[in-house]
Design a protein around this ligand. Sequence first.
Ligand code: ATP
Ligand code: MG
Length: 355
Amino acid sequence: MMATKHILIVPGDGIGQEVTAVGKKVLDKIAAKFGHTFTYDEALIGHVAIEATGVPLPDESLEKMRKSDAVLFGAVGHPKYDNDPSAKVRPEQGLLKMRKELGLYANLRPIKLFDELLGASSIKPEILKGADILFFRELTGDIYFGEKGRKNNGDTAFDIAEYSRFEVERIARKAFEAARTRRKKLCSVDKANVIETSRLWREVIQKIAPEYPDVEVEHQFVDATAMLLIKDPRRFDVVVTANLFGDILTDEASQIAGSMGMLASASVGDGTGVYEPIHGSAHDITGKGVANPLASILSAALLLDISFGMKAESEAVIAAVDKVLKEGWRTRDIADAATPADKILGTDRIGEEVL
Ligand code: ATP
Ligand code: MG
């Protein structure tokens, strides 16, 4: 079925500009190959938005996001703010505002290691081969957003963690649905032996599990999960967890895939979905033309699958990335001592090899 879709390109800062341009080109190739019509617009966020308009997420950008069918996003950040903790206007505020305004409560991070990059990981190949995990991290609740403060003349600090049944259930359902389309295993991660929000979390999962009889559910404590991810990553299919646990576990799991330049993520809710590489603006390599665009290309694959329901198109992108790696093409970050110099390509050139 041919479709017409409107995609908003939001490159943001640093290498976000370079890799998002390549991700867009791959979307163009998919449209041509499958007979779809994709139209595009661009919007500002982050440091580039502050420079142009004084704010990290202008209303105009937000309006464009709301009106588009999906957003391909790059990164935000600029080193000038790192040494200026007093700066009132910061690029990252644009990101938090975007998540809040678009109601993006579920962050999806697929952790898939391409066979050709087995050697790039810090974990032994025989433990890793075939690992394929999809994380669902809750993004709008937990200890990040509850009341925080000081008491006892500032000598005692507190952060309140809160979850409602509604918040747990809506992300749990997304994870159950995803498990159905994969290996039908769902691992829910909590700390229900100690933490009350975790007890509610487990209660909700147990309550809705009978509605998904085809999905095998297990509950793991977060500490055990941290250990199992390294010991036996292949035992996991879909993992669903709260905001704080998900923050930590997804960074841990990113090391399974070897490089930051290979990992994509999706943030979804009830409105427009946002798709982005997990890496940041990387100003140390900005403008050099060496950034790995494969994470942005894989973000485009997630966009096609999740926001447009274009499964075959998404798989075509992933297969094309796999083929490029099999042919031996590398960017600098995923090359090793054995990679011949003429196989190491820059950002645009490796993008041209994909599809
Ligand atoms: P931010 O502050 O926006 O998070 P950062 O400077 O911390 O940006 P990250 O993107 O988090 O940078 O990545 C850390 C390092 O990993 C970078 O400095 C860069 O050298 C490397 N890196 C990240 N992404 C890529 C990529 N796509 N290709 C090549 N190297 C990358
Ligand atoms: Mg960073």
